[in-house]
Design a protein around this ligand. Sequence first.
Ligand SMILES: Cc1cc2nc3c(=O)[nH]c(=O)nc-3n(C[C@H](O)[C@H](O)[C@H](O)COP(=O)(O)OP(=O)(O)OC[C@H]3O[C@@H](n4cnc5c(N)ncnc54)[C@H](O)[C@@H]3O)c2cc1C
Length: 268
Amino acid sequence: MLPQIVPRSLDKDMSDILVKYLEMEGIKVVLGKPITKLIGETKVEKACFGDEEIYDADMVIMATGVRAELELANMAGCEIGRWAILVNDRMETSVENVYAVGDCVESKDLILGSNTISQLGTTAVRESKTLARTICGKKSKFNPVLNSMVSKVGKLEFGAVGYTTSFAQQNRIRPVVQKVQALTRARYYPNAKPMDIKVICDGNGTIIGCQIIAEERVAERIDTMTLAITEGLTCFDLSNMEFAYAPPVSMVTDPLILAVEEVSKKFT
Ligand SMILES: Cc1cc2nc3c(=O)[nH]c(=O)nc-3n(C[C@H](O)[C@H](O)[C@H](O)COP(=O)(O)OP(=O)(O)OC[C@H]3O[C@@H](n4cnc5c(N)ncnc54)[C@H](O)[C@@H]3O)c2cc1C
């Protein structure tokens, strides 16, 4: 229904790389239109986008997003935010001795400090550990989130952390953006794969987002960028960072360094 896939994590030009790949694999991607009707006698036979665009279907998988079920929290009298249950950084709700973790709670956004929803397994697990410490009377604090994610479609890994360009703009941040293509191994080494990287900085050069697509080694670079954003590093800081190198596993200038060097040039 939306004009692009993976809209929360990827800019359109990056998600278009995935769409192109899916289409190369024979998968048709229909964007910008809602499914209006499913037709079938004993099982689904057709999916319709309006009256004219009708596709044969053996199976329909609906994956239309996740919304918190708040009935129980409401009954308990817990304070609810814009999307989900409000908790403090010890995972305590507004009602004494009532706690909440996971997809049903709001988290703090690391960059803006405002409330957000994370809805990731990694966040749920970290929140649960914080809650266990809280219940055991130990020191506990859940840190704000950047929603770093990684996934895989066919051969392609894709990952992201922090803000997309449009999310930054919606939040009155003037993004400075650079996209580069590099390789996952030395140029002359067999099986070097292309890696598309997009880095997003704010007007001072502080890194606020990163998106990566490649056939290998995406997660580790997203994790590096998560650490960089968490520590408030700028693209200038990161361009000086040491990265390990050997031809079978990386480039002498790591793709991340290449990306931050290129974005740095926009500030000079
Ligand atoms: C297809 C899919 C893939 C995903 N992949 C990833 C990934 O790769 N990485 C990542 O970080 N996150 C991923 N996620 C997100 C991640 O799974 C969730 O963020 C995480 O599971 C949320 O944890 P939770 O404890 O809030 O909810 P859940 O894990 O959904 O647990 C809720 C539990 O409550 C139970 N329950 C519901 N109602 C009741 C009731 N009335 N009484 C008793 N029990 C009840 C349910 O059966 C369930 O066991 C994925 C999600 C989906 C749907």
